[in-house]
Every structure is written in structure tokens, then in C-alpha cells.
Ligand binder design. Sequence first.
Ligand code: ADP
Ligand code: MG
Ligand code: MG
Ligand code: MG
Ligand code: MG
Length: 440
Amino acid sequence: MDKREVIAEAREKGVKFIRLQFTDLLGVMKNVAITIDQLEKALDGELMFDGSSIYGFTRIEESDMYLRPDPSTFVVFPWRPREGGVARLMCDIYNPDGTPFDGCPRVILKRQLARAAELGYSMQVGPELEFFLFCVDDNNVPTLKTHDNAGYFDLSPVDLGEQARRDVVLTLEQMGFEIEASHHEVAPGQHEIDFKYSDALDTADKIVTFKFVVRTIAQRHGLHATFMPKPVYGINGSGMHTNQSLFKGNINAFYDENSPLQLSKEAYYYIGGLLKHARALAAITNPTVNSYKRLVPGYEAPVYLAWSGRNRSPLIRIPAKRGQSTRVELRNPDPSCNPYLSLAGCLAAGLDGIVNQIDPPPACDRNIYQMTSTELDELGIKSLPGSLPEAYAELSRDEVIRDALGEHIYEKLSEAKAKEWESFSLQVHQWEIDRYLTLF
Ligand code: ADP
Ligand code: MG
Ligand code: MG
Ligand code: MG
Ligand code: MG
């Protein structure tokens, strides 16, 4: 859709309000609402907002930023009334001098996609988003209680969560998502909805939209949806497996029917690049204190830096499908990540692999969790960082991922995440009380 078509459709569908959306550094969606009368001005990129009120955006003295809506992202919210409807447009953020703003995650992803395009590639991504649906108490405050006791793929007719999920799927379909699967996950209250892969920018936009829709619809069912990676100790956390491939034109560049595993050289190098940078990339793909509570043995989340075509314990799995579906599944990202930055980082790592011809280690087709530490050492299998500061220490030494983020975002994120870790570390947690209060 172009500018004219957006305005025509907005009028035709009785849209009254348009939300101009973008994400901050942490991937949290922000909105500036305008009325239809301002739509043309907005589409011309003439709308200003005060960037100093958004964390990590600008200094106070240079606070005027411009929003440049991407007309192709125009969607009407299906849950709003037909009269006086509401629509949205995703935006890039620009400086007053008309240059793209280095602190805008969407701009950062576009830069990396442009680099790939120079090499002849487009990045295709299909995410698998998991989340929990929790009950709220009488005051509408979220609890950790779930409404069901179902397990993986179980059918439970009286589950409030099932109904909410069905409603989410229908809503997403009305918004142009092609839903491929939706099912109950392993843990009580946990769900997964998969939508069809598409180019990376579209998928990143869809991920932030997805989270917003799931939260909105859950609320209408009296439930609280959370994308927090590990809300409950002792059961599976929520991941966002990130299936990725590179295409050359309409052809999947990861597929090569003549190689033994039917994977191209590019696919191998891409895997090599991801594995090389995975520890630094974790700062972006697993960006919260809580992320590292999910990346522990025993709950289907990856811990070790290895790849396999067969089993699901390593960081990278190559699903069996070939042809156009040939892809690399990176299993550590979780849904608390900023998808624009996460995909920019994955692509930078993969391209580094291709440009510098980084061979991956041999595939590891055994269950890594059953190996002893001596075996792991012998095979040279390292693990993901065990905590947020460990990931940031790794990121500080990784030029490729830092370059992909740019200095502005790297500096602001490091600062924000150091504070987050400090605040967590200063707290006295319930675990400490339980352990030490009576012992000493
Ligand atoms: P799993 O077997 O890990 O549970 P799913 O079937 O849940 O995988 O999800 C697979 C995802 O991979 C979907 O989003 C799908 O659209 C996506 N996908 C398929 N082909 C490609 C491709 N060539 N590139 C990127 N993603 C792809
Ligand atoms: Mg899945
Ligand atoms: Mg599946
Ligand atoms: Mg799953
Ligand atoms: Mg998966």
C-alpha cells in the first residue's frame, strides 16, 4: 500500500484514530495517537514527537524527533467499533535533519537488511512465540494461577485459555497474519501460536503486533498474557525459536539438493556465524535477568553451543523440511527480546559467517545433556552465558554484533542493563530468606 491507498482505505473503513507505533530500545511498543485529519501530514513524515521522554532515545537538548510511518504496515484493529475505528502504522524514527535515527531499532534492522541485499540476500524469518495466560485476582492484578491443567497438545474443552487463544488466532487472521499452528504448550497455562514466515522486517513488525494483540485479547477474557521468559520456577519457560533462512530472489539459498544433508555452503557458514557470535548475541536475544532462568538444563531450552539436524537439545536445529522450507532454527531467543535488534544481530552473525567463510563444527547428533563435562570439553562444546552480565561482557568484545547495533544503541543498552542487573542484585530475594533466615 502507498500513501494514497492508506488514506482511501482509512476513510472507507471509517477509521477515526490512527496509532503511530514504534518500539523503544527494550522492544516495548510506544504509541502516538492522531486523528484521521492528521493522517496525510503523518504519512509525509511531518509529525514530531518528544524523543526525550522515551528511554535511550535522545538528550533533552535535542528532543524533537520525526515519525516516518511505513504505509505497508497499515492495519485496522478488528476489535474496535466500525464507527470511529482505530488503525495503526509502524514508524521509523528520523532526526530533525532528515537522517534516520541511530537509536531506532527498526532503522537498525533495515540497515542490516540493506547489507544483506548488497550481497544478494533477503532474510526470511518465522518465529514460534510462546506465552503464559494467567488468571487475575478480584482487583485485576495478575497472579501466577492458570486456568487449566492441560499438557502439550491436550484438548480441554472448558479451558478459558483455549478460548482466549482461539480468539487471538481469529483476530490475527483478520489483521493479515497467516496462522500455521496454535497449540497448548508443555506447561499449564502455556501456549504457542506460529505464523507463516516472511521477510525479516515484516516479521519483526508482526512480533510486536502479536504481543500487543495477545495481551489485548487475553484481557478481554479476564486473563493476563505474559511473554516473560520464565515466570514459574520448575516448569518450562517461554521461548521464541527463530527460524531463519536467506533467499536469493525467490530461491532459498540454504537449500542444495546435491549436498549430503541438502544444505548449501551458505547455510553451513550461516550456522558457523551464528555459533561464533551466539554468546554475545545472547545479550540481545535473551535480554533480561529472567531470560537466564530459562536457559538451564531440563526444560527443553538450549544451553550448549552446538547444532544438529536431528535432536532438539542444541542451540541450533535444522528442521527436516527442505526445498523452500530449508531453514536454521535458533532456539535460545525468548519473547522478551526486541525483535528488530534480535533479527539484526542474527543476520549480522550469519553474514559474518558467509563473508568470512566460517565453518561450523561437525553436527552434534547426541543428547548433549547426557554428556559429561569431560566429553563436552573434548568436543569443544561451550555453553551460552549463564547471566545477563556475562552476556554483556561477551557483547563488549564482539565487534560484529556491536557494529550491527551501532554505538548509540550499544551504549544505551549497556547502561540500562547494568542498572537492571544492579537493581536485581541489591534485592533480597525470597529464596535467600527461605534458605538463610532460619539457618543462621
Ligand atoms: P517446530 O517444529 O520447531 O515446532 P513450527 O512448525 O512450530 O516448528 O514453526 C516453524 C516456523 O518456521 C514457522 O513460522 C514457519 O513459517 C517457519 N518457516 C518455514 N520455512 C521457513 C523458511 N524458509 N525460513 C524461515 N522460516 C521458515
Ligand atoms: Mg513450534
Ligand atoms: Mg512444532
Ligand atoms: Mg514450542
Ligand atoms: Mg521450534
